[in-house]
Write a protein that binds this ligand. Structure first.
Ligand SMILES: [Zn+2]
Length: 148
């Protein structure tokens, strides 16, 4: 990091503070040449993941929207917000681990279903019925039977 006063390229960090839930780190630096101080900020470079919808349109992955969808499925069920957050967090981590820029929406749907299945069967079936868009009643009933 080049000193803004003298242009020297070496400095030491004299103070480090984390902001916005650790997403930004503010560093107070001291130039090793002129000893003047300046501040740098470090951000995580977030490249948005695009979700490929069934009609092939792309849409930026939206954590909030995913959470709302899961919450709708969990309405009046014994599932806590913490548990829902954990599901969303696991999916986010999974997407990051894949290190791809695009992911089919049905992949996200299956991940949610897998996690909800462990959490609450009713929430799982509600979510599955929206995501999978069951073609007929038999298919839906077959899915229900699978749970037992
Ligand atoms: Zn300097």
């Amino acid at each position: 990091m080049r000193c803004p006063f003298c242009g020297f390229t070496q400095s030491k960090v004299v103070d480090s503070r984390s902001k916005s839930e650790g997403r930004v780190i503010r560093r107070r630096r001291e130039c090793l040449s002129c000893l003047r101080r300046f501040t740098t900020k470090e951000y995580i470079e977030e490249s948005p993941i695009l979700v490929i919808k069934s009609d092939l349109r792309r849409e930026a992955f939206n954590r909030k929207k995913l959470k709302q969808g899961i919450m709708r499925s969990c309405a009046k069920r014994p599932v806590s917000v913490e548990q829902i957050d954990a599901v969303v967090g696991q999916i986010e981590n999974n997407l990051k681990d894949r290190s791809v820029d695009e992911v089919p929406s049905k992949d996200i749907g299956s991940m949610v279903m897998k996690l909800l299945k462990q959490l609450d069967h009713i929430a799982y079936v509600r979510f599955a019925s929206v995501y999978r868009n069951f073609q007929d009643k038999e298919e839906f009933l077959a899915e229900l039977q699978d749970l037992n």
